[in-house]
Design a protein around this ligand. Sequence first.
Ligand SMILES: Nc1ncnc2c1ncn2[C@@H]1O[C@H](COP(=O)(O)OP(=O)(O)OP(=O)(O)O)[C@@H](O)[C@H]1O
Ligand SMILES: [Mg+2]
Length: 332
Amino acid sequence: MKIALTYNLKKKDETKPADYFSEFDSEETINAISSALKKRGHTVDLVNVEQPNLFSHFRKNRVDMVFNIAEGKCGKFRESEIPAILDYLDIPYTGSNTFSLALALNKALTKKILKAENIPTPRFQVFIKGNEELDSNLKFPLIVKPNREGSAKGISVSNVVITKETLFSKIKEIQELYKQEVLVEEFIDGKELTVGILKNGKVTILPILEIDFSTCQKSGEYFYSWRMKEHQGNTEFGLVPTFHCPARLDKNTEELVKEVALKTHQALGCYDISRTDIRLSKDNVPYVLEINPLPGLNPTESNFPLMAYAAGMQYEDIIEAILMSASERRMN
Ligand SMILES: Nc1ncnc2c1ncn2[C@@H]1O[C@H](COP(=O)(O)OP(=O)(O)OP(=O)(O)O)[C@@H](O)[C@H]1O
Ligand SMILES: [Mg+2]
């Protein structure tokens, strides 16, 4: 197949905040996907979506399929930007569609759908003005997050608050930095789990990944904060979580967690691939935090490939599975 690989490239720019490019992909990831596709006999056109004249590029260089990992540039629907152009030009692409990508990027809207589907998700409130009255049903500790970011952008240990005063000052800070509404959620103390789903003919739920932060005490971090994600593996900082794949769960809990992830994937209408982040409370409730229809695909660092390797897949198998799933959809 003739494939275009669409991406946003991570850059170094000292004038921008440290997490500014966190959502974008490294050259390592782009090269890994490109080589995997070539190894399976496809030709690959690398398309940095920030190039000028992107629209005419697609028009002039027709491809059979776009392998899309582009996170988009800015705004409420950034992950949908490239799929929207491709929809207009009637070019098929891998992964979820314009609508599901926009929906999953909006954590609060996703949570409303989860609630309607009886999928557990932490109790929450959205702050638009920033000075709304706190819902009295919410119990501290609470965690404050930008509503439409990923890669744990804007999330640090100081976002977990136990007083109204620190809550409102954090809301203000996030609002000013990220220029968007703020999501406040009950903080779920428990296991950190993530579930990968791959569709290749049939649905494959990969072995659940458990991320144990008890080995990171020295760092002061105790959950998947931005610092933890950005510097994962850095022994000097003590940011070395322990990965268990499959997760250390009894059979019933494992089934329950997988079921909740699959229901989430289906409720959001995701295609081909997704990764659902879950906190399992001490009383065994799998609370869905969010779903990532464009999970990181770095071959050595990202969670999704780790889960696929545990299932016996090679990196090329993941890429080919995504591609085949998208091609089958096109034929139906
Ligand atoms: N309600 C919560 N209770 C406990 N921990 C939470 C909660 N919300 C977020 N966290 C912690 O913060 C991390 C990042 O949160 P979340 O997944 O919502 O952000 P994200 O930026 O979308 O992440 P990703 O990197 O997966 O795109 C979670 O993996 C978890 O460790
Ligand atoms: Mg997450």
